[in-house]
Design a protein. Structure first.
Length: 481
């Protein structure tokens, strides 16, 4: 069984307490790796290494930092197949998805920020004829980066790349559920020649290693992606220490389909938005809202798409729908579907575990893509994040009702609108409460744009300028003329 190590001060090291957690392969239900169950002592060593490396890394010319990060991107690309296999084994996602999306995006994250820092500019404000004010942006110091299990390498590198590019050093804590790709990344950083201590990766549980990282006095900025409840706990721990905080949290994203939309495309994409990665993407469209006259067609189309997805061994190329990430998560999804039934919903596709696709996967966590109709706006199923392959479909009469229904949630991460009416598209986009609105598309991402949520989907933004600003402290220099 593969034994994962922490990455501290440029070395792969055992956790100080020699304690390990079994990492379970979701497709088989069997342990496939051992990951460090690190504690506050390990976090302390990692933070000390990062703090020691900070002055030299912050003083390293942007061009050199850029070259090193580009080298890491290159190595990720060269190791795409091995990383995709690790990602698929660790998460249960179809390997084709890992190959096409997760791993290329991890490389793109490094490329994007490695080149962005070569084009930095600073502002100057001339105060009448009295003074010139310019703004210097300095790295904040040691950043704490905490990521979830659903897109492990994609989201981890989305934090690591801007933190390092801007001259910070970092301690990252990947999800204990999916530690493999972060371990591979440690090895690639060593191969790339990243100076010791610039990036440190500590594996372990949220309540132990994660909480210790948030609480550490030398960690000045925390970038967190995960559940809303965890985000609240982190905000509470970080607030009295005045740490810079970015929280990317849960969602319950509406997918609004107007009757004038290109219906075949809207249906196909609504199904893709609901079930990609077994519905375990924070941006998944888990509530489909359809204009009354198109309702039956959409219900029929999405149910048909759900039933036709090929459920299989995630490691096989033909698989479109893999395993859920863990037994606990499978049980959570089952409970959510039971609740949907109790609330009066009709399950028109799925609603049960799927049989194992082969002998290897006999103990795996497979659940059918599930479509539920007939639920009122007040139901818990319509309001609470399930984060699994479950989508609800409801109808609306007019634009105002669609917007009211879309906004009737504590979350506000993403939304989708399908229409061919240009004016309506802009009107609705303006009124929906979410960090991103996709018009006639889903998951099209430009890394320059701000990314994040409103309401209980988080505070702060990642992506492009926003990330460069998050990881740097502005300083005003006022020069009397
Ligand atoms: P989670 O909140 O359970 O865990 C996320 C990370 O936080 C893990 O590394 C975990 O170990 C750590 N953690 C847990 N408790 C902690 C604590 N007290 N202090 C510090 N760290 C702690 O989330 P998850 O189950 O891994 O991921 C699923 C959730 O993530 C969903 O709610 C999903 O919507 C959300 N998510 C959001 C985005 C986004 O961009 N907004 C992206 C992906 C996932």
């Amino acid at each position: 069984m593969e034994r994962i190590a922490n990455y501290i001060a440029g070395e792969l090291v055992e956790p100080a307490g020699s304690s390990y957690l079994e990492s379970i392969e979701p497709a088989t239900g069997k342990a496939h790796a051992l990951a460090p169950d690190s504690d506050a002592g390990d976090v302390d060593s990692a933070v000390a290494a990062a703090a020691e490396a900070f002055p030299a890394w912050a003083a390293t010319p942007a061009e050199e930092r850029s070259k090193l990060l580009l080298r890491i991107a290159e190595l990720i690309e060269q190791n795409l197949e091995a990383l995709a296999q690790a990602e698929s084994r660790d998460t249960g996602k179809p390997i084709t998805l890992a190959r096409r999306v997760d791993i290329p995006r991890a490389a793109a994250n490094f490329r994007f920020f490695a080149t962005a820092i070569l084009h930095e500019k600073s502002e100057l404000h001339a105060t009448d004829h009295a003074a010139l004010n310019y703004t210097l942006r300095r790295p904040r110091g040691v950043a704490g980066l905490i990521s979830p299990w659903n897109l492990p390498l994609y989201l981890f590198t989305w934090k690591i790349a801007p933190a390092l590019a801007t001259g910070n050093t970092a301690v990252g804590k990947p999800s204990e559920v999916t530690p493999l790709t972060a371990f591979h990344l440690s090895k690639l950083c060593i191969e790339a020649g990243l100076p010791p201590g610039v990036l440190n990766i500590v594996h372990g549980r949220g309540g132990d290693a994660g909480a210790a990282l948030v609480a550490h006095p030398k960690v000045t900025a925390i970038s967190f992606t995960g559940g809303t409840k965890t985000g609240a706990a982190i905000a509470k721990a970080a607030a009295p220490k005045f740490k810079k905080l970015s929280l990317e949290l849960g969602g319950k994203n509406p997918n609004i389909i107007f009757a004038d939309a290109d219906m075949d495309l809207a249906i196909a994409e609504a199904a893709r938005a609901a079930f990609t990665n077994q519905g375990q993407i924070c941006l998944c469209g888990s509530r489909i809202l359809v204009e009354r006259s198109a309702y039956e067609r959409v219900v029929e189309g999405v149910a048909k798409a759900a039933k036709s997805l090929v459920i299989g061994d995630p490691m096989e190329d033909s698989t479109q729908h893999g395993a859920l990430v863990s037994r606990e998560h499978l049980e959570k999804v089952e409970t959510a579907v039971e609740l949907a039934r109790e609330e009066g919903g009709t399950v028109i596709a799925g609603g049960e575990r799927a049989p194992a696709p082969n002998e290897r996967c006999a103990g795996g966590y497979f659940y059918r893509p599930t479509v539920v109709t007939g639920l009122g706006a007040d139901c818990r199923t319509e309001r609470e994040e399930i984060f699994g392959p479950v989508v609800t479909i409801s109808s609306f009469e007019n634009e105002d009702e669609a917007i009211a229904r879309a906004n009737d949630t504590v979350y506000g991460l993403a939304s989708m609108v399908w229409t061919n009416d240009l004016r309506r598209a802009h009107r609705v986009a303006e009124r929906i409460e979410s960090g991103i609105v996709w018009i006639n598309c889903w998951m099209l991402r430009d890394l320059r744009t701000p990314f994040g949520g409103v309401k209980k989907s988080g505070v702060g933004r990642e992506g492009g300028e926003e990330a460069l600003r998050f990881f740097t402290e502005p300083k005003n220099v006022c020069v009397k003329m």
